[in-house]
Design a binder for this molecule. Structure first.
Ligand code: KG4
Ligand code: ZN
Length: 347
């Protein structure tokens, strides 16, 4: 008889405390507690984030086990986000995961957050009929993933679930930071990405033009765009203090449109150079409605099979930690109890 593999996974790298339960790679529960405490500061305050993780972790784990209908004795291993992220936040999740693994005498799986974002594309949809357009539900190897989050922007060439290669990345700001910093200049609260997305839906993206940087190879840069937006807003508001309020949808649509074209022009270059035709997007910014639409349109023109994780698996979540942990479990890649959390990005 097939013995099911049941995992509990914890994600706590930034400002979301999340716990997921998976069985044989299928997600049974994915509970995410956000942290509203950062809104007023215009960004995540690390010390406040760790404190909120400490308050949230037990109720979130409890809720995930209840939702999945799984008891602690049924768990085969505990997966956790080891790196990268805010060190205080990572420590809360990793210490909890290690204590639980030790108490239950089951193995520990240490997961890289950026690899997990990519792996969100391998989570089988709960309803296989719902994956649209007739493409298979999950990409075939080798595939490319454009991972766009608050801290990273990477083009990743995926050879197998556990073998991934970063072939392009940002030289300065991440795409999510470009959204969040632009939003801040517009007087919008943190995180501004979803708000720019919302206003952009009503706006005209051709109204204002921002520069596209010429960066060699498959790398990105967003710092020039940020400066261009700052100068543009300073100049316009000097003439008309009500400029932002009167033009918010068009400004948001124009900023978003440029961020999307920077991302997708490089992604198309990567696809043409590698001749890979299964392409994914992942990370918080892949929740952006404009990016999702433009990516699918480019995919149709270029003949790609395009894959986008469901919304709940785009921004930080423990389901992606569970699916990555599952592949590590199958490969026997266990971590010792001495495995420590790390803020560093290296894979
Ligand atoms: O992956 P994620 O949840 O956390 C990190 O690992 O960084 O990404 C968070 C980022 C934030 O910058 C947030 O503004 C951005 O994702 N984001 C969006 C949208 N939803 C989240 N950016 C643009 N449009 C959205 N709809
Ligand atoms: Zn993330």
């Amino acid at each position: 008889m097939h013995k099911a593999t049941t995992l509990l996974a914890i994600e706590s790298s930034c400002d979301e405390t999340s716990c997921a339960i998976s069985r044989d790679g299928v997600i049974l529960a994915n509970i995410i507690a956000g942290q509203a405490v950062h809104e007023q500061y215009g960004g995540v305050v690390p010390e406040l984030a760790s404190r909120a993780h400490m308050q949230n972790i037990v109720p979130v784990v409890d809720a995930a086990l209840k939702k999945a209908g799984v008891g602690l004795s049924e768990l085969n291993a505990i997966a956790f986000t080891q790196s990268p992220g805010l060190i205080g936040s990572l420590l809360v999740g990793s210490q909890f995961a290690k204590s639980l693994a030790q108490a239950l005498a089951i193995p520990l799986l240490a997961v890289h957050h950026m690899q997990a974002h990519v792996m969100a594309n391998l989570i089988a949809p709960a309803d296989p009929e719902a994956d649209g357009a007739g493409w298979p539900a999950t990409p075939s190897f080798p595939f490319l993933c454009l991972t766009v989050s608050g801290g990273h922007t990477q083009i990743v060439l995926c050879h197998s679930p556990l073998k991934m290669e970063v072939i392009g990345q940002t030289l300065d700001d991440a795409a999510g930071e470009a959204f969040d910093k632009s939003a801040r200049l517009l007087g919008l609260p943190y995180p501004g990405g979803p708000l720019i997305d919302k206003y952009a839906r009503e706006g005209d993206a051709t109204r204002f033009t921002f520069p596209e940087p010429q960066i060699p190879g498959l790398n990105f840069s967003f710092s020039g765009l940020k400066t261009a937006i700052l100068y543009f807003l300073q100049e316009r508001t000097a003439k008309d203090p009500g400029f932002v309020a009167a033009n918010l949808p068009d400004i948001c649509a124009s900023i978003q449109g440029r961020i999307i074209s920077i991302l997708l022009n490089k992604y198309r270059k990567a696809a043409r150079e590698t001749r890979v035709t299964d392409l994914c997007i992942a990370g918080g910014v892949s929740a952006n409605s404009g990016l999702r639409k433009a990516f699918q349109e480019m995919g149709r023109k270029e003949g790609w099979n395009t894959f986008i994780p469901p919304f709940e698996y785009c921004t930080d979540n423990a389901a992606m930690i569970a699916i990555t942990g599952y592949y590590k479990y199958l490969a026997g890649e266990f971590a010792p109890l001495s495995a420590s959390a790390s803020a560093r990005t290296e894979w």
